[in-house]
Design a protein around this ligand. Sequence first.
Ligand code: 5AD
Ligand code: SF4
Ligand code: FES
Length: 355
Amino acid sequence: MNKLIEKLKKEHLLTREELIELLKDDSINEELYKAADEVRDKTLGNEVHLRGLIEFTNICKRNCMYCGLRRDNKIIKRYRLTEEEILDFAEKAVSYGYRTLVLQGGEDPYFTVERLVPLIKKIKALGVAITLSIGERSLEEYKAFKEAGADRFLLRIETTDKELYEKLDPGMSHENRKQCLRDLRTAGYEVGSGALVGLPGQTIESLADDLLYFKELDADMLGIGPFIPNEETPLKDCKTGDFHLALKMMALIRLLLPDINIPATTAMETLDKNGRTIALQCGANVVMPNVTEGEYRALYKLYPGKICIGDTPAHCRGCVTGKIRAINRVVSDGYGFRDNGSGPKKRDENGKRVE
Ligand code: 5AD
Ligand code: SF4
Ligand code: FES
């Protein structure tokens, strides 16, 4: 076996130079995928956790250069679900057997603490774990949502290259992004982050830095997606991210952080029709099927070619179960917290986990 993969499998750590070597060497890809699959199996077994995704607003005050929801995109039709619609989708998702619901949206200022807290409480009363994916907020707001019943929070760092980040996310501060991730920890969430792979100007060296940052953060969930150029954004003529490089990042994450939750992302399936199945066999253990209904699916257009835009939540539920069974895995009936227990692990004042 490749010496570095062997070391990674045993010690779950490599130096920056070693990570760069693995990222650059495509002759080791199959071995790397196999190692990630083995570590996933040994650490977490064959269960796959499903998270029902509600895309509740495509309105965003930010202007990220890569994203179709950016505020300067005047072509896209905007929507914001009502509380009734969100609750209706949540109830239906529960009836399909989802144990976690993800509330994802652009950074929409309409959803204040006053509006979101009652909604979170009502969803929580359905007996599910709640993940929020609503961008940068203050520590006070994060605490209020946590207290209302939210368990987890997804906030991708996108890239740890500060200069690239601030160029691609104009008006946003990389320092504040990292502060938000620390604040989420302080507020007691299971913390999810992740990166885009293949952004214009992104280097292999900076991808290695992303990996080291995730390890240092000790993220509980990490989602990796290839960059897909969107014709309604300034990056429309840029190159699409490489599927295998994204897959390698995911596999390396599994080897660095054996027990965390890693989704097989929708963007992977956009680039390869078996993308999520492949990802599940290279380290991933989570799938996030869409439970939003009707035309909203197509309107939540971060990038083109998004899967499932014409499908119903019931259809996607069956489709995903079929894909999971086809590779001899099973759909979990638990909540799928990182520690298999009832909630986030205890942490000391520096954010390190205490056993
Ligand atoms: N290609 C792939 N992923 C994208 N995202 C936004 N725009 C794109 C794109 N063009 C991802 C970002 C964000 C998540 C919600 O969607 O990583 O965090
Ligand atoms: Fe808004 Fe997120 Fe898209 Fe940036 S990536 S424009 S914050 S929805
Ligand atoms: Fe939506 Fe397969 S997950 S159709």
